[in-house]
Design a protein around this ligand. Structure first.
Ligand code: GDP
Ligand code: MG
Length: 545
């Protein structure tokens, strides 16, 4: 049985037994019902960051469709959900009164989200259902900027993502920033410290956004952005708050994934200009849209290109066309490649999607625990026991906690072991080869030998009298991960952890109740690898097919 099904089914069973206890309590039942729905929905991924960080643009790039409104406007100040639906729907949820179905209006492709005469402050959230493949595996949540001058807008996002009284409504966060700002660090700390707990920091990835602007739009801007990202990742306040900082040129990615044939033709004309003419025209954004005899493209056409791709995007596109991109689809693909979007999507797939079932179950159980606290009843013992059983069996959660500790306090073991431990529990992704630090196409023999060697090493460490208690806890989590890898790749029984290690485990220290462990086995692992590939290979939409 698939792991995801296991942990989801277990959580569902706990919710059902809670529903039986609360059968006379309509409000509690409504919450439980919502939680049961949430269990079977895709992962909720929120896009957060300051105003104009490029959130809505990146969301469009991820979906391959210009759908989310960008820039300002009342509607961009409201939390908006994008989820899969066979037909387009827009539903506005005001604070007061019933949800309202809204007519669907698009301008230049983008949705025009009307608030039906209400102000942003009067609207709780907007729910957009859209028939996009990319939304089948994830719910994307566009948020208003945090730390903005408009305190209200900021407060709305913070209430949503880091509520004081309930677990966060998002399972994971992509956090955009152009520079590291005090407000960014503050937000990420708050997200880490939500009721969802420390491991949440593992569910935040940071994007160094509008990466093309970092080197003032020079063609090597993305290289500079890469260096800045590495620096942020390795030192300072961010290191313990996010797993990775990935530079992404969102506008470039959005433009590339929605590239029109007419735009390709216009860009090809620019690429065909004589070098000096071309360089003079592209020297700056101002210069590019000034009246000019050099090109037949009207200033309107040039302004549109600038809005769609930025000056960097135009420079890059002409360079790529001169380098041999001979069709709009070839150009689109190469631009996406350069934008950093693929790296982000692969990261999200490897870190969040492969852990989706656990992350969802965990969010749901936290909310349920809160309900149990708020509305105590007799007869909830079985529900409490069910929650504990799931938590004890969810090895993925311990892996996430270990990663969080490694990021914030460091692990109480040698630096080499710490690095190996983090990789094994999934710091680079949950596919087997990534956990073992092997190339993707490593031969079966090598995989088997590597697992065996690592199990021997970690078993020796855990049994050594020199290993202190804290380190033993780490070793057990690592060994349990290795055990799962071993059974996944079919390495023999002899490699299972020694009985003393198995039995020594108690809840929360790396080895829980053995029967409960079965439920979650394999989440990530090979399955994860397949999923990752599928996600990374999201079809790029070409309006021209
Ligand atoms: N040059 C450049 N501009 C961008 C990029 N991403 C967004 N923008 C522009 O920045 C402005 C704000 O973008 P938007 O997505 O609405 O930001 P949000 O407020 O965070 O949702 C818009 O004018 C975008 O065209 C990018 O990667 N590069
Ligand atoms: Mg926006």
């Amino acid at each position: 049985m698939s792991a995801s099904v296991g942990v989801i089914a277990d959580a569902d069973a706990v919710l059902q037994s809670a529903a039986a206890v609360y059968h006379r309590d309509a409000r509690a039942l409504a919450v439980i019902d919502e939680l049961r729905t949430r269990l079977h929905e895709p992962l909720r991924l929120a896009i957060a960051g300051m105003v104009k960080a490029g959130k809505s643009t990146l969301l469009n790039a991820m979906l391959g469709e210009q759908i989310a409104p960008t820039d300002t406007g009342e509607c961009t100040r409201v939390v908006t959900w994008y989820r899969y639906s066979a037909t387009p729907t827009v539903t506005m949820h005001p604070h007061k009164g019933a949800p309202r179905r809204m007519p669907i209006r698009r301008e230049h492709g983008r949705l025009v989200l009307s608030l039906d005469g209400l102000t942003a402050d009067e609207v709780d959230w907007i729910d957009v259902g859209w028939p996009l493949e990319g939304l089948k595996s994830v719910i994307l949540i566009d948020t208003p900027g945090i730390g903005s001058l408009s305190g209200d807008t900021s407060a709305r996002t913070e209430r949503f993502l880091t509520p004081e009284t309930s677990p966060s409504a998002a399972d994971a966060v992509v956090y955009l920033m152009r520079h590291v700002h005090g407000a960014d660090v503050h937000f990420l700390e708050a997200f880490r410290d939500t009721a969802a707990g420390a491991a949440q920091s593992v569910c935040a990835v940071s994007v160094l956004s509008r990466a093309d602007e970092i080197g003032s739009g020079r063609i090597d801007s993305l290289l500079s952005a890469g260096k800045v990202a590495r620096r942020y990742e390795n030192d300072g306040d961010l290191a313990s708050l996010v797993l990775r900082v990935i530079p992404v040129a969102g506008l470039l990615a959005e433009g590339a994934r929605t590239l029109r044939e007419s735009e390709y033709i216009a860009l090809r004309e620019l690429a065909g200009l004589q070098r000096t003419d071309r360089e003079r025209l592209l020297v700056s954004a101002d210069r590019f849209v000034r009246p000019s005899e050099t090109t037949t493209l009207s200033t309107d056409v040039r302004e549109d290109l600038l809005t769609r791709f930025g000056i960097f995007g135009i420079r890059l596109a002409t360079a790529l066309i001169r380098g041999g991109a001979r069709s709009s689809s070839a150009l689109s693909e190469q631009m996406v490649q350069q934008s950093g979007l693929i790296e982000l999507q692969e990261f999200v797939a490897a870190q969040f999607h492969t852990r989706a079932a656990t992350l969802k179950a965990r969010g749901v159980l936290l909310r349920l625990q809160q309900l149990l606290r708020d509305r105590p009843r007799d007869g909830l013992d079985e529900v409490h026991a069910g929650i504990e059983r799931i938590e004890a069996g969810a090895h993925t959660l311990r892996e996430l906690s270990l990663l969080a500790v490694a990021r914030s306090n460091g692990l109480p073991i040698s630096a080499t072991d710490a690095e190996d431990a983090q990789r094994i529990v999934g710091a680079d992704g949950t596919a087997v080869h990534l956990r073992l630090g092997l190339p993707e196409d490593a031969a079966g023999d090598l995989v088997g030998a590597t697992v065996t060697k690592k199990i021997e090493h970690w078993r020796r460490t855990v049994q050594s009298p020199l290993t202190d208690r804290a380190a033993v806890g780490v070793c057990r989590v690592v060994l349990r991960s290795l055990d799962e890898i071993a059974s996944e790749v079919g390495v023999g029984r002899s490699l299972r952890p020694a009985p003393d290690v198995m039995l020594a485990g108690g809840p929360g220290d790396g080895l829980g109740h053995h029967a409960a462990q079965q439920g979650e086995k394999h989440e990530g692992g090979l399955r994860g690898k397949k999923k990752r590939k599928r996600f990374a290979a999201l079809p790029q939409r070409h309006p021209l097919g």
